[in-house]
Write a protein that binds this ligand. Structure first.
Ligand code: G6P
Ligand code: MG
Length: 483
């Protein structure tokens, strides 16, 4: 039985909110549904979340819900006539005092006055994801006078980035703080923080989420130049998070597209080394917004992320607002499965030559070493409370499926993001201790994952309550009596 190991995150939106389309997305292999708080109302998100949970349950699937906070995206205000056309060499002003509704060919308002202080003469500003570029030539008290370097159309509310990053806006806006409460109320499984500068931004978000009663795991979106400026900055941000997202849209604009791929590979490697999950996002199958087929370059992009061992690949507008949301998920699933047939390295050297920090980590890594080197092992069963034990296991390269056996709804959904990890609802505490191994293996027999004669590795702790207790690894021969 072949399981797709690389998981699929798809953003929900107008194109994917009907029960029919959602059901097809789930059947096509959706693992994590992303709710983008930049668009839609809390009620829209609640309705979509309820539908996802209902339809997933109907099909015995476990789909995690990821909320994505809007963050301090700096934007221009509006134009009198909705859009203008800028030409190379034109002078154009960004003004914090100009009317927000009355931009014209010479000037447009901005909703973030600190941009003026943050910028200096010579800085390059990228508007609309870099489609229009201008250089600051003069700085007034409330205006930046810019020369257009790359011209093009500019319309209402387009985003502004500075080449090289370094804008001071704090990661959480008032809207984000309100949305954190909504996320807690919705019991979301993951919550992504946009534009975090450092660990402190993540810690602040975590505090607000905890205060609101939320248990979501936090995802840091890596999208500022300063977050990838050096290993210390990157690792600090990763350590303060439960997972990270390579948010390639804004990141590419800040660091330049040429360096993006190298940085993406580095973020994936660092996240895995630090025991965190990682999502590769933005424009992965962009042409599928209007086409039923991905381009060769898009296939290559998704396949390469899978070969680099990302936990998940993500769809944005393709599934939220495109014409082919279901086809996009199907294409991703197909490409990931194909890529996984050709692993770049069969043997993992993950953390070889390093020491382990915890008992459960040692068991998890020993389990993977054994699974990869003992022919006949067809599956791993990890009894888990929070999903932590299978998370550690899935940091190691392997083709053996890892089954997270857990009674808790949160963990059942959460592990849907982890590469090569699959949920099996199971409550060991409801069974006599000497029946647990057999009952667990029976679940895999029932699903056709193993057959008599196969080997299975099972991990657990001495007590069946509480996270962090994994201290046992058993090698079981399917078909033999087991205790
Ligand atoms: C379940 C098992 C325990 C184990 C725990 C590990 O509760 O029954 O024996 O200790 O999971 O949970 P964790 O969250 O650390 O993966
Ligand atoms: Mg972004």
């Amino acid at each position: 039985m072949t399981f797709r190991r690389t998981k699929i995150v798809a953003t929900l939106g107008p194109a994917s909110s009907s029960p029919e389309v959602l059901e097809q997305l789930i059947l096509a292999g959706l693992d994590v549904a992303r709710l983008n708080f930049s668009h839609g109302t809390p009620d829209d998100h609640k309705a979509r979340a309820a539908l996802v949970r209902e339809l997933a349950a109907k099909h015995g699937r476990h789909v995690a819900l990821l909320g994505d906070l809007q963050g301090p995206k700096i934007r221009i205000a509006k134009f009198e006539n909705k859009r203008i056309e800028l030409k190379e060499g034109d002078m154009f002003r960004l003004s914090s005092s100009h009317s927000r509704a009355a931009g014209n060919q010479e000037v447009v308002g901005i909703d973030y006055p600190a941009l003026i202080q943050d910028c200096d003469v010579g800085d390059e500003l990228l508007l609309d994801d870099g489609r229009v570029v201008m250089r600051v030539e003069l700085k007034g008290a409330d205006e930046l006078h810019c020369r257009v370097v790359i011209g093009g159309p500019l319309s209402d509310n387009k985003g502004i980035n500075r080449r090289g990053g370094g804008l001071t806006a704090p990661a959480l806006t008032d809207k984000d703080k309100a949305d954190i409460k909504v996320a807690a109320e919705m019991e979301l499984d993951y919550l992504a923080v946009s534009f975090p500068r450092d660990a402190a931004d993540m810690e602040y978000a975590r505090r607000l989420l905890t205060e609101a009663g939320g248990t979501a795991w936090l995802v840091a979106k890596i999208e500022r130049a300063e977050a990838v400026a050096d290993d210390e900055a990157l690792d600090g941000l990763i350590r303060a998070s439960d997972a990270v997202m390579v948010a390639r849209g804004d990141l590419a604009v800040e660091i330049g597209d040429a360096e993006l791929v190298g940085i993406q590979k580095k973020i994936i490697a660092h996240a895995r080394r630090l025991n965190k999950a990682v999502i590769t996002a933005t424009q992965m199958m962009e042409s599928m917004i209007h086409s039923p087929m991905p381009t060769r370059a898009e296939v290559s992009d998704v396949a390469n992320a899978a070969l680099d061992y990302t936990d998940a690949v993500m769809l944005s507008a393709e599934s939220a607002a495109g014409e082919y949301p279901v086809e996009a998920v199907e294409a991703m699933a197909r490409v990931c499965l194909g890529a996984e047939k050709h692993p770049t390295s069969k043997q993992s050297s993950h953390r070889l030559g390093r020491t382990f920090e915890r008992c459960d980590e040692s068991i998890a890594l020993a389990t993977m070493y054994t699974a990869n080197h003992f022919p006949g092992v067809k599956a791993i069963i990890s009894l888990t409370e929070s999903g932590y034990s299978p998370l550690i296991m899935s940091r190691i390269r392997s083709s053996i499926p890892i089954f997270a056996f857990t009674p808790h709804r949160e963990a059942q959904a959460r592990v849907a993001l982890f590469r090569g990890v699959y949920t099996v609802p199971f409550d060991p505490a409801s069974l006599p201790a000497n029946k647990v191994s057999q009952a667990a293996v029976d679940e895999l027999l029932k699903r056709g994952v193993v057959e008599p004669g196969d080997w299975v590795i099972l991990t657990k702790g001495d007590s069946y309550h509480g996270t962090g207790g994994t201290n046992t690894m058993k090698i079981l021969h399917v078909g033999d009596p087991m205790v």
